[in-house]
Design a protein around this ligand. Sequence first.
Ligand SMILES: Nc1ncnc2c1ncn2[C@@H]1O[C@H](COP(=O)(O)OP(=O)(O)OP(=O)(O)O)[C@@H](O)[C@H]1O
Length: 540
Amino acid sequence: MPRGRRGGRVSALEGGPEEEAPPAAAAVPSALWASQLQPEAAAGQILLRGIFEIGRSSCDVVLSERALRWRPIQPERPAGDSKYDVLCKEEFIELKDIFSVKLKRRYSVKQQGSGTLLGITLFICLKKEQNKLKDSTLDLINLSEDHCDVWFKQFKKILAGFSNRPKSLKIILNPQSHKKEATQVYYEKVEPLLRTAGIKTDVTITEYEGHALSLLKECELQEFDGVVCVGGDGSASEIAHALLLRAQKNAGKETDRILTPVRAELPLGLIPAGSTNVLAHSLHGIPHVVTATLHIIMGHIQPVDVCTFSTTGKFLRFGFSAMFGFGGRTLALAEKHRWMSPNQRRDFAIIKALAKLKPEDCEISFLPFISSQNLQERKVEGSPKSVSNDQWQTIQGQILNVSIMAIPCLCSVAPRGLAPNTRLNNGSMALIIARNTSRPEFIKHLKRYASVKNQFNFPFVETYTVEEVKVRPRTNSAPNLEEDAGRHAAASENNFPWNVDGDLVEVASEVHVKLHPRLINLYGGSMEEMNDSEVNCNCL
Ligand SMILES: Nc1ncnc2c1ncn2[C@@H]1O[C@H](COP(=O)(O)OP(=O)(O)OP(=O)(O)O)[C@@H](O)[C@H]1O
């Protein structure tokens, strides 16, 4: 007979055959804590069985290859009492959702040494609503040192089997992001979780713009399993660019012209601590610090498409999204008013750019995306134009805005994304062109981003799914962004402002954007689509 909570014994299976490492953690954690029963067979071979107190009930606890299951031990009961059956329902967690285990001890003031053992604490990643993850704990109470020691070692062995989880991370933190709260975000919310998970960290706090780029050119990265950015889109994009540039150099590729880039060697984690956090929001479906941290800890990986930006054959940078025209001008205006708070300068810049709304005379050429399935179908049909995808198309005219996006670009002003039909790694980009129209019509189009549907249902808006785009302004002079105040010169003479991942990039002539599928691994899980009722926004 089991001896109850003080002396709960480990069953005959204790010290049984060597267990296999658990299957690698799947991309999506499915912590369904006690929400449904899992058939015993699906949980795999039993490794340990014993008695622990869980939530004030003495429980029969079974550890198998994939799950930990427990059921309150039933006292003698009158036959047919259904209340007991409900109370004694089996509960479980999947082992892939555990990210740490510790011995639980009580320390008293007078006590010397390691304190009184109370049992074992498991640290668990729970899936909540709307892509949110949350950390939680499960206490397995048993005062026997021997009993806990056997279980503790077994949990440690299981955790060591998750080889995809990072053990050491390079953290790059921008203390200036948003309202300068990145340091606080990291030390209050991220670092405690990484410490609990036993992940070693090496933190660099950036001291100037471009610091992350120069750091990642030189620093040793061998000892790290991944890099983590704590900041906003500017920092995240700079670090992704730096990691990709480093990979090209390591592969002996020239970096002046990048045609077929190699993949980044290390995964990148994004902790949202900036003003807009479009990248982290698109990756996680929610700009939530704990969710982002738990994806890193659990080693969830998403391969993500990246673009190269070049001009006149010369490589400029890697990036995920870009805007030209209204989007570029708005950022250029916002950058000139850095002294304002992030929200103030964003609103100010939007209003000012709308007041001075002016189309750009452009030529836009693009290579439409043809899915591998469509290419295959064309091959079968034996179409003469068929098998290669080299059908460039060209549009000319007065254009208010061009958006080129390899990722959905979720943000507070567009909860479904500025490019809602794009995915992180579908091998294509959204090209969204707003031709010249009246200011009220353009504002109506912008406002639609905040709602659920029909953002692009305007006669002046065209959308394409593409692999490559070339944007060539046909006017000679770039816009003067500060005509009224002589204090600032135009963005830079004869340069056109582009917004690349929230960074101002000034280019005098044609910009060539090319998509490279799955070029970087980001720490993140696969996303659930949001219901319409879950989307809300009150901007503009
Ligand atoms: N110590 C620093 N001082 C000034 N600028 C810095 C420093 N460290 C990094 N930067 C630069 O700050 C720029 C913007 O930072 P970041 O994107 O993190 O914050 P943000 O602008 O508030 O957020 P978002 O880009 O999401 O709007 C980055 O391009 C980065 O190079």
